[in-house]
Design a protein around this ligand. Structure first.
Ligand SMILES: [Fe+2]
Length: 342
């Protein structure tokens, strides 16, 4: 660690791990409920456990991305973070909003939560992964804005590396696409159409940019391979991720009302989606093999390789298995399965 303000990453990582533990706990509970439907009855019904489980996943990932960015960007930009204080405030606002929302899911029936939070004034609740009360959604937007502002200002006054640029592009995309969670039309087709703008464009678009940037940063640190070499890989990987991921959105448009051409577009471009993930695996293993030094931090090296492999298996192979139009006619919930995994 070179800069004092990088320390702000720590509470983000700690809290992310706590939420991750919660996600696993509620996942196990749901597993038990599949075996015996009375487990947890009547205190934690399946629908509440599922909401908590999936929302915890999204929120711990956001905490992880934020912590990683606060750690990575000052070092890449070679300057202290623009405002460590703002990063601390953002952390606590996000913690309070997150915990209150999870408690809301657990302590009151969902309809009651909608009533308490005045959902009728600006209805956005009731959709998978976007179950958060409108007031929480507004909180998430404010947190993301302050986060992107802080990171953006740091990059602006420091060194503008490829890694920083790819990362901030991903983070801006993350903030922008979340805005579609506020668009809640009556038409179910329109609703589904734009709902995927958050879910798919997050997991198969901007999250890959963020993952690519984090991976490239770690690989430079642990292998000592030339930055230029790493950057070339990063460019090709994110180009492939965007080409396949953006139009690959079609794999969610097969049977929800959009035009038929999505059948072949979605199938074709989804079939390409494992490519950038496979490239990440090759990238990580090749860079480690060509390393110029033995770094003490073996865990970071293992993380870099392991993350690439797991992302390839989960998002690449598993995702590919259920995204061809001819295969999905009989299975209505493939999208859910895909995104629960990825
Ligand atoms: Fe998708």
């Amino acid at each position: 660690m070179k800069y004092e303000s990088q320390r702000i990453a720590k509470p983000y990582f700690v809290f992310a791990m706590m939420l991750f533990a919660g996600q696993i706990l509620f996942g196990l509970l749901m597993g038990l409920q599949y075996i015996n439907g009375d487990v947890g009855f009547p205190y934690i019904p399946f629908n509440a456990a599922r909401m908590v489980h999936t929302n915890l996943l999204i929120v711990w990932m956001l905490f992880g991305f934020m912590g990683a960015s606060y750690f990575l960007v000052p070092e890449e930009a070679e300057t202290e973070l623009y405002s460590p204080l703002l990063a601390k405030i953002t952390f606590w606002v996000f913690v309070v909003a997150g915990v209150a929302t999870i408690l809301g899911y657990l302590l009151v029936p969902y309809a009651e939560l909608a009533r308490i939070t005045k959902n009728e004034l600006f209805p956005t609740m009731g959709r998978e992964f976007l179950e958060q009360p409108t007031i929480t959604k507004i909180g998430i937007v404010l947190v993301c804005l302050s986060f992107v502002f802080n990171i953006g200002m740091t990059i602006l006054r420091g060194r503008k590396t490829v890694i920083n640029m790819v990362l901030i592009t991903g983070l801006i995309g993350l903030a922008v696409f979340y805005l579609f969670s506020f668009y809640n039309p009556d038409s179910l087709t329109l609703d589904k159409y734009f709902w995927w703008f958050v879910v798919h464009l997050w997991v198969e678009g901007v999250w890959e940019l963020i993952l690519g940037a984090l991976l490239a940063f770690v690989l430079i640190k642990v292998t000592g391979v030339d930055r230029e070499h790493i950057e070339k890989w990063l460019y090709v990987i994110i180009a492939m991720a965007l080409i396949s991921g953006l139009i690959g959105m079609g794999h969610h448009y097969f049977w929800v009302g959009p035009p038929k051409y999505w059948l072949w577009m979605g199938s074709f471009f989804s079939a390409l989606e494992p490519v950038p993930f496979f490239m990440m695996v090759v990238f990580a293993f090749k860079m480690v093999k060509e390393r110029r030094r033995e770094h003490n931090n073996k865990i970071a090296t293992t993380w870099a390789k392991g993350t690439a492999v797991m992302a390839f298996l989960g998002a690449g192979v598993w995702g590919f298995l259920h995204t061809l139009a001819p295969l999905t006619t009989t299975r209505m919930d493939h999208n859910l399965l895909l995104h629960t995994v990825t």
